[in-house]
Design a protein around this ligand. Structure first.
Ligand code: IPE
Ligand code: IPE
Ligand code: MG
Length: 253
């Protein structure tokens, strides 16, 4: 369900029912730019401003983990010029925004194949992680060169290796063992999103957290990512708060 029709100024939230882990598929940057006769990369630049606004808003609301899908394992298929712009964005983002993150006690985490990114991007990412390592408020978790299937392949390989090394019996593989080998494992109990939002009107998962969204509430909004802000986040959380989560049982949670 879209939330664009709601009056963003009057969104009332139940502060006792803020989703602990919110994941966002930040989509629609290119179309946002094209609609304004701008190059697609102008949409990515504007999208970076949304990341700042939404990260602070989420932290202020008491969200514990905000996972943002920034670059998928499939996004390498895009023209080289767009890919290289997207690879420079984290450098610009962290260079300007880390002091704000520290001021809000936000810790940066990154999941995905960082080793395949250009050296300058890796450096910026690792610096941001180091600069915020003592923050113990919200975790701002970027999925960068991340793919859900790739993540599951990695987990299966690691489990296979443990079996070959005699450290694991196949019959002892359970859901916890799989979760422990996913890139969200450092998040512990908070690994699975309570709420997953996708902007831009598309209603698909595009290889984001496949295992972890088993019982996530999905909210699709028509706004493009550059138009999404703190009020949009509140509106999506309001939709979440009106859902009834049952986890297969009969009791609403
Ligand atoms: C999302 O916006 C950002 C990334 C995938 C990196 P898009 O670039 O996918 O924008 P649209 O979907 O083409 O409008
Ligand atoms: C998903 O958006 C990836 C990110 C937001 C980083 P895409 O724009 O790549 O997804 P598709 O191609 O429309 O499914
Ligand atoms: Mg897209």
């Amino acid at each position: 369900m879209g939330v664009d029709g709601e009056d963003h100024q009057t969104t009332e939230l139940d502060m006792d029912k803020i989703p602990e882990h919110v994941a966002i598929i930040m989509d629609g940057n290119g179309r946002w730019a094209t609609r304004q006769h701008l190059p697609r990369v102008a949409g990515h630049k504007a999208g970076m401003e949304s990341v700042k606004k939404v990260a602070i808003a989420a932290s202020d609301l008491g969200v514990k983990v905000l996972t943002l899908y920034a670059f998928s394992t499939e996004n390498w298929k895009r023209p080289t010029s767009e890919v290289s712009y997207l690879m420079k964005l984290p450098i610009r983002f962290f260079n300007t925004f880390v002091p704000d993150l520290v001021a809000h006690n936000v810790r940066v985490m990154v999941m995905g194949h960082i080793d395949e990114l250009p050296a300058g991007t890796q450096k910026a990412v690792n610096q941001a992680i180091a600069d915020t390592k003592d923050c113990d408020g919200m975790v701002l978790n970027f999925a960068l060169n991340y793919g859900g299937r790739d993540e599951l392949v990695g987990a299966v390989k690691a489990l296979g290796q443990d079996i070959q090394d005699g450290k694991l019996a196949p019959e002892s593989i359970d859901e916890q063992a799989i979760s422990a080998h996913l890139m969200t494992a450092p998040l512990g109990k908070l690994a699975d999103p309570d709420l997953m939002i996708r902007t831009s009107g598309e209603e698909r998962i595009s290889n984001f957290l496949l295992w972890q969204i088993a019982y996530s509430e999905l909210v699709f909004v028509d706004q493009s990512w550059p138009d999404f802000d703190g009020e949009s986040l509140k509106a999506a959380i309001s939709v979440f708060q009106h859902r009834h989560r049952r986890f297969g049982g009969l009791v609403n949670k």
